[in-house]
Design a protein around this ligand. Sequence first.
Ligand SMILES: NC(=O)c1ccc[n+]([C@@H]2O[C@H](COP(=O)([O-])OP(=O)(O)OC[C@H]3O[C@@H](n4cnc5c(N)ncnc54)[C@H](OP(=O)(O)O)[C@@H]3O)[C@@H](O)[C@H]2O)c1
Length: 402
Amino acid sequence: MSCVGHFMYSRCLFHLSKVKTSVPWRGSQKRLFSSTETCRTVMPAWVIDKYGGNDVLRFTKNASFPIINYPNEVIVKVSAAGLNPLDVSMRGGYGAATLTMKRDPLNIKQSGSEFPLILGRDVSGVIMECGLDVKYFRERDEVWAAIPPWKQGSLSEFVVLSANEVSLKPQSLSHTEAASIPYVATTAWSALVNTGGLSKDNCAKKRILILGGSGGVGTFAIQMLKAWGAHLTVTCSQNAERFVRGLGADHVVDYTAGPVEEPLRALEKFDLILDNVGGDTERWALNLLKPWSGAKYVTLVTPFLQNTDMLGIADGMLQTAATMATKAVKHLVRGVHYRWGFFAPSGPALDEIRAMVDAGQIRAVLDETFSFSQVPQALEKVEKGHARGKTVVQISKGGGDL
Ligand SMILES: NC(=O)c1ccc[n+]([C@@H]2O[C@H](COP(=O)([O-])OP(=O)(O)OC[C@H]3O[C@@H](n4cnc5c(N)ncnc54)[C@H](OP(=O)(O)O)[C@@H]3O)[C@@H](O)[C@H]2O)c1
C-alpha cells in the first residue's frame, strides 16, 4: 500500500472507531461497527522488588494493569487502601513460601516471580469493570473488600478481585473510613463466627475475653461483640483503657502493670477467649475458660506461615498439623476447645458488617491518613505499632496525587 493509501486507510479506521455506524449486510440485517477504547496496560503503584525494610518500596507509574482472568472477577478503582501489621511482615518476606505456592500451585514460574509485589490488604473504591458472570455488582458500584495476601494489593490505582470477596461499601462511611475496616473485620468474623461459633443470636451475656484488644482486630471485635450483647473483658496497655472502654469494653486489665494472668484469674470464668497476642498466653489462658461447657480459646497467632517459611511447604504443613492436633487433644481432655483462627476473605461477611456499620453499631477507628506519595511513611507508622486506630492511604479520586 502506498503512503497515501495507508494514510487514507488509517483515517478510515480512525473514523470507524470514533463513530458507531452501520452498513447494509445480508439483505435486511445490519452489521454494527464499533471499537473499544484504547486499553490501559499500566498504572501507578507502590511495589517491592525484593523483601526487606522500607527501602525496598518503589513507586512506579508502570505497574501492570490488572486483568480479569475469570468471569466472576471485578476490577476496582482504588480510592483508599488500609494498612495492617501484615503488610510490614509481608514486606520482610513473612509467609512467602505459602503465598508463592498459592499464586503458582504447579511451581511453573521461576523463584521471585511474585515481584513486583503490591502490598495493601484493605480497599475501598469503585467497580470499573465486571467479568461476564458477575450479576450482583455493576460498574460504578462503591465497594469495599479485604484482599487475600496471595493477590496483588491496594497500594495501586486498580486491583482485581473475585466478586465473592467484594461487598457494597457502607453508605455512612467515606472511602477513607471504609478502608480501615475490611481486613480486621473479616479476620475477627472468621475467628469469632466461623471458628468460635458466635452469632448475634447466641452472644447475649456470654463472657468473652479479648487478649490484645486495642489493636486492629481487637478494636473491631469489641464493637461487634458489644453489639451482639456479650460481656467483654479486654487486656491492653494502660494508655488504651479509655479508648477500649469507649468502644464497648466492660472490664479492662492493663498488661503492662505486671503478670496479666493474676488479675484475670480472680474473675469469673469465660465462654470464649480471642487471643491477638500469642507468645506465652497459651500457658495460662485456657485455665480461664469454663470447663465442660463448650468454651473455646481461639488464637490468631499461629505458627503456620512461619513453619512453611522455615521448613518448606510439605514439612511445614506436617509440623503445623501435628502441633495443632496435639494442642487440640491436650485441651479437649481438660474440657475446653483449642482453635486457630485465620483471616478469610468474604464478601457475604462484609455485607453483614455493612449493615452493622450503617446501623451505627460499628464505627471506623482511624489513626492517621496519608497521601499516595507518603506510602513509606504510612508503613513506617504501622511498623512502630501502638497506634489507636488504623492507618489509611488515600489513593485516588481521579488518577492519584503523584
Ligand atoms: N491468623 C491470621 O490469619 C491473622 C490475621 C490477622 C491478624 N493476625 C494476628 O492477630 C494479631 C492481632 O492483629 P492486629 O492487626 O490487631 O495487631 P495490632 O494492631 O498490632 O494489635 C496488637 C495489639 O496487641 C496489644 N498487645 C501487645 N502485647 C500485648 C500483651 N502482652 N497483652 C495484651 N495486649 C498486648 C498492643 O496493645 P497496646 O498498643 O495497648 O500495647 C496492640 O495494640 C497479630 O498477632 C496478627 O499477626 C492473624
